[in-house]
Ligand binder design. Structure first.
Ligand code: ATP
Length: 652
């Protein structure tokens, strides 16, 4: 016997040990799911064999009756789940059962809190799979042989679910996998045909493969005596028809939910689903689900995503990402096409007209489902938004064709209620626009509070014009692609000269000739001040001008039309890009500090006050100062100055 066939003992990866420990404790209240997980794996293994056999029918080894068998043995205290699917080689068992190959496992484990209820949800999203065996078993034996390998390359893998496991080669005439659970003494309730049938019916009724169990022994009466009869006959205990080919009218909500859990490896029910059969030039069925909760790895860039692809009921691949754009990566489900070839590969999927057509209709379907939900159940829709809104915000940049439909689904915070919860739709905004208002106003900042309290909003608040408050990292990116909605352009209140807000004034408020004269008089009065402030600040600003947007603050910074906003510049700088756009400083001609500056004769104090006006404008919109120490020093001097004056000790 050489090393490759000898029995060896190996240690589990640290992550497996941690996960096993946590899972056994967190899932204790829902033990029966072990059977769902094992049947799910067995059904996946059968799907994989069917697919591999398309190009190599010898893999069937003459046995084409693909099935799962569940059995129990009261004397041995075991439950066995057997399939004649693809099986595993020795290396496969080591890499699939001894390690966790999922990306982000470490981050996932760190996110666990120790609180069983919370962890249960998280573990559910992570997908416990095979390891759930250890909830009910104190030893698990896996006997498996990979399709196509000779009988002597069978493998026996065994573990008590603690620190290590053993693997050795054994002779296995039949391909496929048997999982033998040696039950913990307290778990003998599962050694019952009725109990196991119930669990299969509950979780695995609609998988694409039959699940067999031995008929239960029964007794009959003959000649006045009860005659016990045993039987070796097997019977199918699930419906074994792919759920999506069953007519909708025959499927209840529970079946849809269980099927979702089977394909998505999620513990929670989905929020929403749509099941459609398309007939005509091309024929295909889609069953699409929106989960209730965002998975732990929603933001991992290399996370597999996409739908399960079937061709004429034959499983072709998991995670067929060509059917979903990235901004809908949270959607789960299946597509079954009658027209794609069985030997289709990922490469062919990338350039296939039919795939493009199905993709377009899947996108429309999902956006339609969400739009219907938003109309019929706003509360539920907002729950969806909390989980997946950030992802949907990637949509307008990625999907030009459906931009308007996606925009309809967006939800924002706004000055309408100053609520941080994003619940205001663009349609809500339009319905509240002033009669002659042409633009949809927004402000983007680093945080909700920075946006809500921005000086840029002063005039809009004073005039009762609603402004959307944007503070998610993605928002600037979103707004750079979402230029208009229902023919109304978006406009940042922090960019460019202030638009004429005449539309919010009543007739008698509208700028009269006298106002215009006053404005030009202001401009003449402050002309020198603006030149001097620009000279004092030098290259730190591109321009200094009088503001029309401020009512209570002395100053604010704005970026010019076409220039990047300061918020966007900060995001780019944080991402390591050099950005050198200087802002324009606007001064409020009615503010006492500005009037004080106008009268300041001392050159050094004029310079300090100008710097303070610029620095506080940067701070007020969430920016960072280049030299905060000097700002604090100058500010304290100003305070002292005021304090002295208050005491009648002018320092002048
Ligand atoms: N019955 C089986 N036949 C063949 N391979 C199997 C079987 N059961 C498990 N495996 C292999 O072991 C791997 C790990 O299984 P496990 O259930 O832990 O995770 P998974 O099915 O990949 O994902 P999930 O955790 O989402 O269920 C599977 O991906 C598969 O390769």
């Amino acid at each position: 016997m050489n090393v490759a066939t000898a029995k060896e003992t190996r240690g589990f990866e640290t992550e497996v040990k941690q996960l096993l420990h946590l899972m056994i404790h967190a899932l204790y209240s829902n033990k029966e799911i072990f059977l769902r997980e094992l049947i799910s794996n067995a059904s996946d293994a059968i799907d994989k064999l069917r697919f591999a056999a398309i190009s190599n029918s010898e893999l069937f080894e003459g046995d084409t009756e693909l099935a799962i068998h569940v059995s129990y043995d009261k004397d041995a205290n075991t439950i066995t789940v057997r399939d004649n699917g693809i099986g595993m080689s020795r290396e496969d068992t080591i890499s699939h059962l001894g390690t966790i190959a999922k990306s982000g496992t470490q981050a996932f484990l760190q996110s666990l809190t120790g609180d069983q209820a919370k962890d249960r949800n998280l573990i559910g999203q992570f997908g416990v799979g095979f390891y759930s065996s250890f909830i009910v078993a104190d030893k698990v034996t896996v006997k498996t042989r990979k399709a196509g390998l000779p009988p002597e390359e069978g493998v026996c893998w065994e573990s008590a679910g603690e620190g290590d496991y053993t693997v050795e080669n054994i002779e296995l005439p039949e391909r496929g996998t048997q999982i033998i659970l040696h039950l913990k003494p307290a778990e003998d309730e599962f050694l019952s045909g009725l109990r196991l049938r119930n669990i299969v019916g509950k979780y695995s009724d609609h998988i694409n493969v039959p699940v067999y169990m031995k008929k239960e022994p029964y007794s009959h009466w003959a000649e006045g005596k009860e005659v016990p009869e045993d039987t070796t006959e097997q019977e199918v205990v699930n419906r074994a028809t792919a759920l999506w080919v069953t007519p909708k009218s025959e499927i209840d909500n529970e079946a849809y939910c269980e099927f979702y859990k089977h394909i998505a490896h999620d513990f929670e029910d989905p929020m929403l689903w749509a099941h459609n059969k398309v007939e005509g030039k091309f024929e295909y069925t889609t069953l699409l689900y929106i989960p209730s909760k965002a998975p732990y790895d929603l933001w991992q860039p290399n996370k597999p995503r996409g739908l399960k692809l079937y061709v004429r009921r034959v499983f072709i691949m998991d995670d067929a990402e060509q059917f979903l754009p990235s901004y809908l990566r949270f959607v789960r489900g299946i597509i079954d096409s009658n027209d794609l070839p069985l030997n289709i590969s990922r490469e062919i999927l990338q350039s296939n007209k039919l795939v493009d057509a199905i993709r377009a209709s899947v996108i429309k379907r999902v956006l339609g489902m969400l739009a219907d939900l938003a109309k019929s159940d706003n509360e539920k829709y907002l729950k969806f938004w909390r989980e997946f809104g950030q992802v949907l915000k990637e949509g307008p940049a990625e999907d030009f064709v459906n931009k308007e439909a996606i925009a309809k689904l967006l939800r924002f915070s706004s000055t309408h209620n100053d609520n941080e919860t994003q619940e205001i739709s663009l349609d809500d905004y339009l319905s509240r626009m002033k009669p002659e208002q042409e633009k949809i106003y927004y402000i983007a900042a680093d945080s909700f509070n920075a946006a809500k309290n921005s000086p840029h909003l002063e005039i809009f608040r004073a005039k009762g014009v609603e402004v959307l408050l944007l503070s998610d990292r993605i928002d600037e990116w979103l707004m750079s692609h979402l230029t208009e909605y229902e023919k109304k352009q978006f406009h940042s209140v922090a960019a460019g000269k202030l638009e004429n807000l005449d539309f919010v004034k009543s007739e008698h408020e509208k700028e009269s000739e006298a106002d215009k004269e006053k404005k030009s008089a202001d401009e003449a009065t402050f002309k020198d001040l603006l030149i001097k402030v620009k000279a004092a600040l030098g290259d730190k600003v591109t321009e200094v001008r009088l503001s029309e947007r401020l009512t209570t603050s002395p100053s604010c910074i704005v970026s010019d039309e076409g220039q990047m906003s300061s918020h966007m510049q900060r995001i780019l700088r944080q991402a390591g890009q050099a950005v050198n756009n200087q802002p324009t400083l606007e001064l409020n001609p009615h503010h006492l500090l500005v009037l004080r500056l106008k009268d300041e004769q001392d050159v050094s104090r004029f310079h300090d006050l100008s710097e303070i006006l610029l620095d506080q404008a940067i701070l007020a919109e969430g920016g960072q100062l280049d030299d905060p120490g000097t700002f604090v020093k100058r500010f304290n001097e100003l305070l002292l100055n005021v304090a002295h004056k208050g005491n009648g000790n002018s320092t002048n």
